[in-house]
Design a protein around this ligand. Structure first.
Ligand SMILES: Nc1nc2c(ncn2[C@@H]2O[C@H](COP(=O)(O)OP(=O)(O)OP(=O)(O)O)[C@@H](O)[C@H]2O)c(=O)[nH]1
Ligand SMILES: [Mg+2]
Length: 173
């Protein structure tokens, strides 16, 4: 029987969580994007207000992917989504250096719900001005035992690499 995994995709506002889930999901992703009404509206038109949900089969394993909202005013959803998670992924926009310190806060919060394996993903690594992996490691204050890997969430193969890595960490538990 296939093992079933629940993986949370979190990260600061605009880091690419919805794009990540959409790139890899075998089913049409359930999204809850709404028009942005705060000052963030200059950055993009829509933001996730409750969750993204996608599902993918990888090497005979079934992965349920739950993307979180990025804006802090929707943080009441985090604990609900984290129920029975097997691991989580923290995406960071590699070009948005001011957002890096938020990653540590997210890690503390999600690890506090359940102590499960996690990864830091330096997303948008295709963009000019993207921080290097060591800059991301420093900026997010990731411990030396934490994996930080690059990603382009718009590319399925890149997202697949990240998922294989988190599944491996979960299996090692
Ligand atoms: N160039 C590039 N653009 C990306 C990448 N990942 C996401 N984007 C773009 O970044 C923007 C934000 O992506 P979203 O998926 O909406 O980000 P999000 O984290 O779900 O945002 P919130 O739900 O509002 O927190 C979109 O315009 C995406 O197309 C990437 O790896 N490379
Ligand atoms: Mg989103």
């Amino acid at each position: 029987m296939s093992r079933i995994y629940k993986v949370i995709v979190t990260g600061p506002f605009n880091s690419g969580k919805t794009a990540f889930v959409k790139s890899i999901s075998d089913i049409d992703v359930v999204t809850t994007e709404r028009r942005i009404t705060t000052e963030d509206r200059g950055i993009k038109a829509e933001t996730t207000v409750a969750m993204d949900y996608g599902r993918v089969e990888i090497n005979d394993r079934i992965v349920h992917l739950h993307g979180t909202p990025g804006q802090a005013r929707f943080d009441f959803m985090w604990e609900i989504l984290a129920t029975e998670m097997d691991g989580f992924i923290v995406l960071v926009d590699s070009t948005d250096r001011p957002s890096f310190p938020e990653v540590g806060q997210l890690i503390r919060q999600f690890s506090g719900f359940h102590a499960v394996p996690y990864l830091i993903v330096a997303n948008k690594s295709d963009l000019e001005g993207a921080a290097t992996l060591s800059e991301v490691r420093r900026g997010t204050e990731a411990g030396s035992d934490i994996t930080v890997m690059p990603c382009i969430a718009l590319q399925k193969s890149s997202v697949r690499q990240v998922l294989l890595q988190i599944l491996e960490l979960i299996d090692k538990q």
